[in-house]
Design a protein around this ligand. Structure first.
Ligand code: ZN
Length: 107
């Protein structure tokens, strides 16, 4: 976790109202102490928010080149084997691998 900016858990981040998010400092959002993403909230005049967006967009394009799924396909899917809800088709695929590993281990 960063020593320079504050952090918040994803549970607490989800509880925030839009007006509360607008007032926050930039922060790291974590789950069980593990980094998920950085939320950069612009403050000040329009030129500073444009600057934040351009810088964040630049970093996001680089991150997107490596992976990730589009937001439209992140609808919840239920595992047919154990009923576990997965956040996306991609999440289901990686979850199904845990079943394969278990099956192979018992054989
Ligand atoms: Zn399952």
């Amino acid at each position: 976790m960063s020593d320079l900016i504050p952090s918040i858990t994803i549970e607490n981040f989800k509880k925030l109202e839009v007006s509360e998010i607008r007032n926050l400092k930039a922060l790291e959002v974590t789950d069980n102490g593990e980094f998920i993403f950085t939320a950069v909230i612009p403050h000040g005049d329009f030129s500073s928010s444009d600057y934040v967006r351009i810088q964040a967009e630049y970093l996001s394009v680089k991150a997107n080149m490596v992976g990730g799924v589009d937001p439209e396909v992140t609808t919840e899917v239920i595992c047919e084997e154990c009923g576990k809800p997965c956040a996306s088709e991609f999440g289901l695929k990686s979850h199904m691998r845990s079943h394969e590993v278990k099956e192979n281990a018992t054989v």
